[in-house]
Design a protein around this ligand. Structure first.
Ligand code: FES
Length: 173
């Protein structure tokens, strides 16, 4: 497991051993690149850069090729997601109805930018192109639940809703 191992040293040990296991499992099999990446994504919810470095070192596949695959398929995530997800639709209809203002409000309230996760890893914020309900624009999707015709002033309540649910879950444990 050689010279590229130091690349993984900053990773959580559990995550690290999981990634090493995936590579070991698939590395001699045909079509292994996509299979390894899928397994890493499925298990960990994202494909850390360190995993790509290790994969490149172990399989000889250039890092650029790995990133070509990772960025081609929307399925793959390059950063860890939060426990909860807020997606702002930035397709044409939503854009025209003020998606930018929704995003700005969320960014300011959460203290993060698009495609980032809050420090406590509770909320991930992202934008997508058209979620298919333009009649409800502007739209945000909160943990797979679509919320339409929203205003920037609704964003505080959405965040609070997530935080309240989280506290309730903690109390019940
Ligand atoms: S553009 Fe937002 S739902 Fe279609």
């Amino acid at each position: 497991m050689s010279a590229v191992l130091p690349a993984l040293q900053n990773l959580d040990p559990e995550l690290r051993s999981g990634i090493i296991e995936c590579i070991e499992h698939w590395k001699d099999q045909e079509g292994n690149l996509i299979m390894i990446l899928h397994e890493i994504q499925n298990r960990h919810g994202f494909v850390p850069r360190e995993a790509s470095l290790l994969l490149s070192g172990e399989t000889g596949v250039p890092l650029a090729r790995i990133y070509e695959v990772l960025t081609f398929y929307h399925y793959f995530r390059l950063v860890a997601q939060g426990k909860h997800n807020i997606t702002v639709c930035n397709g044409t209809a939503c854009y025209l109805k003020g998606a930018g203002r929704l995003l700005a409000e969320l960014e300011s309230r959460l203290g993060i930018k698009d495609n980032q996760t809050t420090e406590d890893r509770l909320i991930h914020l992202e934008t997508v192109r058209c979620v298919g309900c333009c009649g409800l624009s502007p739209v945000v999707v909160v943990d797979k639940k679509t919320v339409g015709k929203v205003f920037p002033t609704d964003m505080a309540g959405i965040i609070e809703g997530i935080r309240n649910r989280e506290e309730k879950e903690e109390d019940e444990e």
